[in-house]
Design a protein around this ligand. Sequence first.
Ligand code: FDP
Length: 331
Amino acid sequence: MPSIESSRIAHSIGTALDRFIKNNQSQFQYASGELSQLLRDIALASKVVNREVNKAGLIDLMGAVGSQNMAGDEQQKLDVLANIRFTRALAKGGEVCALVSEESDSFVDLNNEGQYVIAIDPLDGSSNIDVNVSIGTIFSIYRRKSPAGTPIQELDILQKGSEQVAAGYVLYGSSTMLVYTTGYGVNGFTYEPTLGEYFLSHPNMKIPEDGKIYSINEGSSNSFAQPVSDYLKFCKEKNYTARYIGSLVADFHRNLLKGGIYIYPATAKDPKGKLRLMYECNALAFVVEQAGGKASDGKERILDIALTDLHQRTAFFVGSKNMVEKAENFN
Ligand code: FDP
């Protein structure tokens, strides 16, 4: 009988994120190493945020800071802190020329020669911070369109989701994971806190084509449109399982692994849907499509929706291909 230590040693610890990024750099059409550095900057900032999230209860980071962000949500202390961490890391790297964040009114022009624009929700699911439930970071990366070194223009910022060159999320859950795509499949990395590194734990992730989990805030069901109510009735007739954490990244991640659908439809409170196209839905839509799933607003593919506003909202149907198609068919 091998001892625990020797059986542990028998298993290699796997590929570190840095090594993985380096090995796959040539896949990327602008293989200059800049995007790789940008992904490393995101990973580093996420480690810092992870540290703050883990000790939030100890150092008075929980609770609201008293102000509201652009979308009208109450800003939590950790939201603000995460925004600062990511902005600093991305500004310092020099690869990003402009940043759009859930936490700021307009985009931030970083006044540099960077080739990339990033849209980020530094800490999503903020109403879950105080109760120790999983939260996440969501990011989308675009290539700028105007020449480097010139002032940022609207055409650099308001790009469709289909123009993303990379996207992903960090889930601060029972373990911390970074999941991302550069358009060549989806890979997931788990953070090893004692080594301070992300390691490849979920290579080439694929979402099951079908599933039995539906995730929606049914508290608003009185104001759902009839097709959404009809689809929910169908889910219940099929004895599907309801699972709703209320933290988009966590709900999305579970369904990605197990198969399922997440729906945030239009409601009376949010007639255009609650979630933000630019820094929530586009990234997850890119990831889910790369994993073989689907994302739409109930009718139109999320990645094809034209952007007219930084903080634009949309209804969101995302998850297993067959489930999203079934929900769309009720329209
Ligand atoms: P939160 O308001 O806590 O930041 O992005 C918004 C979001 O969370 C998502 O993470 C989550 O899925 C959704 O809103 C929850 O909204 P409801 O409370 O309306 O269900």
